[in-house]
Design a protein around this ligand. Structure first.
Ligand code: ZN
Length: 482
């Protein structure tokens, strides 16, 4: 539960006249969602990310609770990237009084718009459903966390977009540099240099870090020299499978399924994963590993919007991908169909064999993929190819764990289709990549966030402790003096 910190401005030390600098973790403390970090320096209050808690009822409740600080007191919000667990509470922040400036890269701003609008649509839909069942049970309805109008209003606070590696002045005595985090389009680690009050101090926020060697984006830039590092630890406990092996496995899954007359269902996250899978399918067809006649359906309005945004931001692409762009559309294959309308999506249900269907949500917790699973899971010729993170409790996780029957829309569905779990497509750095990113320069302290305590975070803490690096694992609402 939140333990609110004082919303008053941090005090100046009377003895030295110097400002105190305080860091408080208000989300993604020993957990993987809800990223929200408050940095107080002199009379400036900066927020780094303002994400939604995701996963279940407890997380929904945390989203509805007060932030633990006064949104109206925040001067600047710096956004590392557009994933929902990093930007999903921005409309709530604005609704509750934030009137500062939002600083982000251009691609992050464009993607955050799509992500926040989609989230607002879902919140409104959930609230309507809760209202109907509340009426029936005589329970009062609390309304959506925020509405489409709130999400649109939040867009008004985005300032001029920032470019990578260019230092900008955030406020008097505070400079920021966004560095490529290689995680999703526009993602950044943020270096803050604070010299207010005559006591220079630097802090780098990792944001979410990507894996090197991926096809579209550049590799994450190593952490710059800084006194303090606030670092994600999502996969701090394990290595990832090599990407080429995973691509081969994807081709095998698709080929075998199409050859035996089934459909391939690929539940995908709309940002990055959907575009990467499209890219690999296109490559596979060009190189003759897959039949170029196989129809591919991208059945996700959000993934379609995200793909269009990708095309508008070549400044975020790695060198190889830039070159590939010169020779044609890396996302465009002859038989690719974008399905925005519900009618187009329903039409896919009549296809019994020979199609590749990409649809959200990635963890099969909702969205159009549920219809495709209902129509294909019971068919032994079809396949479900899971290429993303599957959280405990999600339908994707039940499939990974080998469930023989699942419930979809209150219907019992037999699982006869082949289930493939391919782990190497992760957009998150593994343990070795995190340690490489951090490097060996001297730090006063590394603050570990954005990881499950028992898994990535504790394993990373042990590695750092073993190397003599001072670290801390802040709790939610715990203020730390830097
Ligand atoms: Zn992310």
């Amino acid at each position: 539960m939140l333990s609110p910190t004082s919303s008053s401005r941090p005090a100046r030390s009377k003895a030295s006249g110097k400002s105190t600098i305080t860091y408080t973790c208000h989300g993604a403390a020993k957990e993987v969602t809800g990223s929200c970090h408050l940095l107080e320096c002199g009379n400036q209050r900066l927020l780094i990310d303002c994400g939604l808690f995701q996963g279940g009822r407890e997380q929904d409740r945390a989203n509805a609770e007060p932030f633990g600080f006064d949104p109206a007191s925040i001067d600047v919000l710096l956004l590392t990237h557009a994933h929902l667990d990093h930007c999903g509470r921005i409309p709530k922040l604005v609704k509750e009084g934030f009137r500062g400036r939002i600083v982000a890269t251009s691609a992050t701003r464009d993607l955050a718009r799509v992500v926040m609008l989609d989230a607002a649509g879902l919140q409104e839909e959930d609230a309507r459903r809760a209202q109907r069942s509340g009426h029936r049970r005589g329970v009062a309805n609390t309304g959506p966390l925020y509405t489409l109008d709130d999400a649109l209003h939040a867009m008004d606070f985005f300032g001029e977009p920032v470019a990578y590696d260019r230092e900008i002045v955030i406020a008097d005595g505070i400079r920021a540099t966004f560095r490529d985090a290689g995680h999703i389009l526009g993602s950044a680690s943020i270096l803050l240099q604070l010299d207010g009050g005559g006591r220079p101090c630097s802090v780098v926020f990792s944001g979410d870090l990507g894996n090197p060697g991926r096809p579209i984006l550049r590799n994450p830039e190593p952490a710059p020299q800084a006194d303090y590092v606030v670092m994600e630890t999502t996969y701090g406990d394990r290595p990832h499978r090599a990407l080429p092996d995973s691509v081969d496995e994807l081709y095998r899954a698709v080929k075998q399924t199409i050859d035996r007359g089934g459909n391939v269902i690929i539940p995908t996250f709309a940002l990055e994963r959907a575009q990467e899978i499209l890219y690999y399918l296109n490559q596979g067809m060009q190189q003759g590993m897959l039949s170029a006649h196989t129809p591919v359906f991208m059945d996700s309005p959000m993934a379609i919007s995200a793909t269009e945004i990708f095309r508008r931001h070549p400044e975020c692409f790695g060198e190889t991908f830039q070159q590939e762009l010169q020779h044609g559309d890396p996302f465009g294959m002859p038989n690719l169909h974008f399905c925005r309308d519900t009618a187009d999506s329903i039409a896919i249900n009549h296809i019994e064999s020979g199609a590749i269907i990409l649809a959200g949500s990635g963890m099969c917790t909702g969205g159009r993929v549920l219809h495709h699973l209902r129509h294909n899971l019971w068919r032994e010729r079809s396949s479900v190819v899971l290429v993303g993170y599957a959280a405990e409790g999600s339908l994707a996780r039940r499939l990974v764990d080998g469930a023989k029957h699942v419930r979809i829309y209150n219907e019992d569905v037999r699982v006869s289709a082949q289930v493939w779990t391919i782990n190497g497509f992760s957009a998150h750095a593994d343990q070795a990549t995190l340690l490489n990113w951090l490097g060996t320069s001297q730090r006063k302290r590394v603050l570990l966030v954005h990881g499950e305590y028992e898994r990535g975070m504790r394993a990373m803490a042990e590695r750092l402790g073993g190397a003599g690096v001072a670290y801390q694992m802040p709790g939610r609402g715990e203020a730390i003096l830097l």
